[in-house]
Design a protein around this ligand. Sequence first.
Ligand SMILES: C=Cc1c2[nH]c(c1C)Cc1[nH]c(c(CCC(=O)O)c1C)Cc1[nH]c(c(C)c1CCC(=O)O)Cc1[nH]c(c(C)c1C=C)C2
Length: 567
Amino acid sequence: MSLSAASSATSAAAQATTTVVAVLGGGISGLAAAYYTARRLAPLHHQSEKSEHPLRRNNTRLALFERADRLGGWIHTTRDPATGALLEHGPRSIRPKAAVGEATLDLICALGIDDQVVRVPASSPAASKRYLYDQDALVALPASLGALIGSRMGRTLLARGAAEPFRPRRPTLGASITTTTTTAGNTTTTNTAATAATAAGAVHHGELAPDQDESVHQFFARRFGGEIADSLATALCRGIYAGDARELSVNACFPFLGQAERDYGSVVMGMLRAKSPKRTAEHPAFVSSFRGVSMISFREGLKTLPCALESHLESAAGVRLARSTAVSSLKLVPDGIELQTIGKDGSTATHAEHVISSLQPGALIKVLEQSTSASDSGNAALQRAIAKLREMSSVNVVTATMVFAAKDFRLPVTGFGYLVPIRQPSSVIGVIFDSCVFDMHQGSELVKITAMMGGSSYSAELDQAVRNGADAVCDLALRDIFVQLGVAPVKPLSQHVRFLENCIPQPTVGHVSRVNNIRSELKTAFGHRLHLAGAAFGGVSVNDCMASAHTVSEHVLAALSSIPRPQ
Ligand SMILES: C=Cc1c2[nH]c(c1C)Cc1[nH]c(c(CCC(=O)O)c1C)Cc1[nH]c(c(C)c1CCC(=O)O)Cc1[nH]c(c(C)c1C=C)C2
């Protein structure tokens, strides 16, 4: 479909406002998708100023719809009125590593917020020291080879690691995998038929050709043994997904592990030989200045990034940011998609040539349930997409950030924080030592920690505490934290609790094929005009969200084939 055909409004959409691209959702994925798309549409908009080019007639080239009145989604930074400490209620750091991290650095530079970046050097304790609270003891995760050899965990890991290259590869498709694991003294034997997965398409979660899938726990148990699976693997899955290693997919969560096994027959060998793909930086001097940097944030916290994207888009010609506006349905029409939106001024129709959804699966299902394709086969595909989306799940996380006076409370160790494996009874799944990581976000007279609770281990006890209010949640967290840290109980100066509903999508076993399936059904239902971005479809880190937004934006721009690429 040519751009000119697409931008001439149909009779059905005669009353509708028009746009070339509509973005659903104004979290970091939606903002990044809007930014990358608008940036590439902008040169054409200027070129078309003196012409009758459809983009000129179509004054809005990009519209973003967000149900809330605030943009930024889970990235939410505030200041504690009591102590002045900076509070991150969602993600709190970005890793400037690998291609996705470098792309974020380029974006930071392009947005002109490079002078506000704060850095955590890889050599600092915050970057190099992490702990496990396992079997009633706080143990350091070995950071160096020397430390690794000296530690009990290191010896287990080394013994397993040395044996790992000689362990057999995963059985082939259709064969069954038998895993024996030991959890809290109980031995469980799981016999799982290897899941067949299609290899179509590529998202971050599935750049591999996932011919088979298994849980992260099964993978670790098979390659390194039940002890490592029960301790390290369950803690790792909590520390990234607040999830359960027995349910999460190894192909989706740690694609490089399966790839290493496929390519080299061994994770250890694969890791030793792994080469990260080369990427050409847009701002090479800035990007290379982050060698030896492990994590970054901004002087005023992570909100600096969505706020900069928002102000950039606000001032860009032809871009409309519709806050407090929910999309209620989509309808495939001959030359695009007609969106029904509900805002402060009531219901409106918008005609878009392409739609990028960054909505979470739950919100997308609600929209799709009210939507229609153009044919019976399209509507059947739409129903199949909804059914597959319903198979996706996410978890609720409760965060409790507590600020103490440094004179009353000292952490017994420095570092990033600690994780609690599933086998260890605990009300917290992990604790971040915020003031060790970004000391500039609160004065040196304050100590700030964040307890992470819930996720796949959301308990009745936590639920009751949530119902009883913030003090009850903090009391529950501190009851265990003081014991785990081996310090005397002390009252915080201030405490802040957030209930983050469905905040982390869970890429469970079969995720890669599920996502490929949903994408393909939606292509049928919406004639290749509806595109998916966001953490549930492309990876949970801030970097992944922005990288998947970039990829989707490139697909849309390629589809708008009559738009010339800027020189
Ligand atoms: C205890 C709960 C959680 C902690 N962080 C998160 C949860 C649910 C969320 C989270 N952590 C990571 C990501 C990916 C994005 C990124 O910044 O790279 C997300 C969404 C990163 C991460 N955190 C830990 C590890 C091993 C990783 C993978 C990347 C890396 O190797 O650096 C460990 C970890 N997470 C938490 C703690 C307390 C902890 C270790 C001590 C908190």
